[in-house]
Structures are given as C-alpha cells and as structure tokens.
Design a protein around this ligand. Structure first.
Ligand code: PEP
Ligand code: MG
Length: 324
C-alpha cells in the first residue's frame, strides 16, 4: 500500500472521471511542515494558531507570531495556506487571560467572540498575519462565526489594520482571501447570505456535528449522538456547498470528517473543493479519489439526502463504494 501511495506524492488529485479537488493538511505548529510536504499536501487547509498561545504564561508578541506565520508561508512557497485566527475557549483554555469559568464553555465566550471583545489581542494577530502575507499565499479564516455582523466586524478590523500598515509604508499582499469556518448551524443555514460576502468557506465538522445534534464532542455519554453521517448534517453541508458555488466561491472542509474514507465519496459527490486533513491521510485519500467516479458519487448522494438515519447512510455508502 505504502509504495502505491508514495507514487502519488506529486500528482494532482483527480477522480476516475477527471474531476479535480485539492487535498490539504491541518497543522498546529511550523514543526508539522516536514510531514505535510512529505505526504504530498497541495496546501494547508487549517493552521490552528491556538498552539502559539498555549503552554506559556503570556500572549505571544506580534514579532513572535510574524516569525511563525512567515516560516509556514515560506516553506509552502506558492501553495495556499489558510490560517485560522485564534480559536480559544471551549476545550482550549489560556489561564493567563483569566476568564471566568462558564457552565457551557462550548456555547460560551470563545473564538471570534473573544477576539471581537479583546481587540488588542485580535489586532496584534492580524498585523502579524498581514506583515507575513508577502512571503507566500496567505488566506485568513475566522472561527465560530454565527452571524453576519460578526463576520463583517472581523473583516472591518482586518481592513483597518491593513490600511494602517499600508499608510506606515509596510508591505502587505494585495489580495488576501478572507473566509470563515462554517461550524455553527446558523451559518450553515444562512450560507447563501454569507456567500455573497466571504471569499471562501471551510466546514468545521468537529464542531458543526456537536452543535447540530446538540451532543458535546467531549462527553462520552452522548458520543452515540455524535454522528458525522446524520442526514441533517449532510443536508447542511450540501447547503453550504451549493450556496458557495452559486456565488463562484470555493468550499473546503477541515474537520476530521474530510479524511474519513467513508465520507470522501459523499463529499466528492456533494462537490467539495478542498479536503483538509491530517498529513498522513492525504496519500490514502488521493489513492481513493483516483478510483472514484464523481458522477457516480453524485447519484449516490441524491439517495443519501433522503435517508432517515446515519446508519442507513453508512451502509449505503459502504455497499456502493467498497474501500480497497
Ligand atoms: C472543527 O470544528 O471542525 C475544526 C476543524 O476546528 P477545531 O477542531 O479546532 O475546533
Ligand atoms: Mg472548531
């Protein structure tokens, strides 16, 4: 298997009937890059910047962040690098921010909510990103967007920081795509409205599943409800992809689901453009997609969307797309 896969390192990702998609990697630190390139990633679909902020006793400086972002962009050359702005809260804490304990951290003060409130922290990160933008192909992504106002406010702050840098004579890339994670059901439902304003979407299924089925992703007692193949979730994903394509925007997925061999035929059939996963899943996924027909996947998906349960979905996919 390994030998067959490794031949695919420099290949584009094409289905048996010639449809091209992008396979990207999720990373947490610049140290993950070696494995990304060794595994034939076509880009970074999710750079989780939280790790820069964790395991220390104060915020990372703008300079420190700039160095990390620059390093990732330079190593990836002209390949796309989607950097997610700080997604802290939920299961990830920063003791030095001294935030009050919450009863429902996953429904609380996290990610973009915190960044829009603590703007110094947010603006510092954005400046570091903007300054690093000239070293590669940077795309910026905001996490946990639940309303259009949040997106507009975050984007306005980004534009402000960019303007200030340009006025100060600092070089910034001309066109940086700005997108959002779709991990809150309100945003998946309203995707048509978001699609006119964002440059891209990346579906964060790890959270979208927990919020859609109201099942805490850390709670084992309700893990039976954590169902990636629930028809409701598939319909939300379809809605996001259709809305984006209607506006000529692209859609990625950076939740665990994107690298799952059972999910891949479904996502291909739904028209997902970019699949972002752990680096070691990339070559097996490329091999799998090479043997899948997009046209067949589309017709299977039509049936899945009318099913009642996740179990039916999984059985039907496994029957139609045996995994070699
Ligand atoms: C997600 O929610 O799918 C995601 C990729 O973000 P995280 O796992 O970091 O919450
Ligand atoms: Mg998430």
């Amino acid at each position: 298997q390994k030998a067959t896969w490794s031949k695919l390192i420099n290949d584009p990702t094409l289905s048996a009937d010639g449809h091209q998609v992008e396979l990207a990697a999720n990373i947490g630190t610049p140290n993950d890059l070696a494995s990304v390139l060794d595994n034939g990633a076509e880009g970074i679909g999710l750079y989780r910047t939280e790790f820069l902020y964790m395991g220390r006793d104060q915020l990372p400086s703008e300079e420190e962040q700039f160095e990390a972002y620059k390093q990732v962009l330079e190593k990836m050359k002209d390949k796309p690098v989607v950097v997610r702005t700080l997604d802290i809260g939920g299961d990830k804490e920063l003791p030095y921010l001294d935030l009050p304990q919450e009863l429902n951290p996953f429904l609380g003060f996290r990610a973009i909510r915190l960044c829009l409130d603590q703007q110094d922290l947010f603006r510092t990160q954005l400046r570091a990103l903007l300054r690093a933008s000239i070293y590669g192909n940077l795309k910026i992504m905001f996490p946990m967007i639940a309303t259009l106002e949040e997106y507009r406010q975050a984007r306005a702050i980004l534009e402000e920081e960019k303007q200030k840098l340009v006025e100060a004579g600092v070089q910034v890339a001309d066109s940086i795509e700005v997108g959002i994670m779709v991990e809150v059901p309100s945003t998946a439902v309203l995707a048509d409205r978001f699609a006119t304003e964002v440059d891209f979407f990346s579906i964060g299924t790890n959270d979208l599943i927990q919020y859609t089925l109201a099942a805490d992703r850390m709670n084992e007692r309700v893990s039976y409800l954590y169902q990636p193949f629930h028809p409701a979730l598939l319909r939300l994903i379809r809605n996001v992809i259709q809305a984006a394509h209607h506006e000529g925007k692209w859609v990625g997925m950076c939740g665990e689901m994107a690298g799952d061999p059972v999910a891949i035929p479904i996502l291909l059939g739904l028209g997902l453009d970019e699949f972002s996963m752990s680096a070691t899943s990339i070559l097996p996924a490329r091999h799998q997609i090479k043997h899948l027909s997009k046209a067949q996947a589309e017709s299977v998906v039509e049936e899945l969307l009318n099913m009642d349960t996740a179990e039916e979905v999984v059985n039907f996919v496994k029957k139609n797309f045996p995994i070699s």
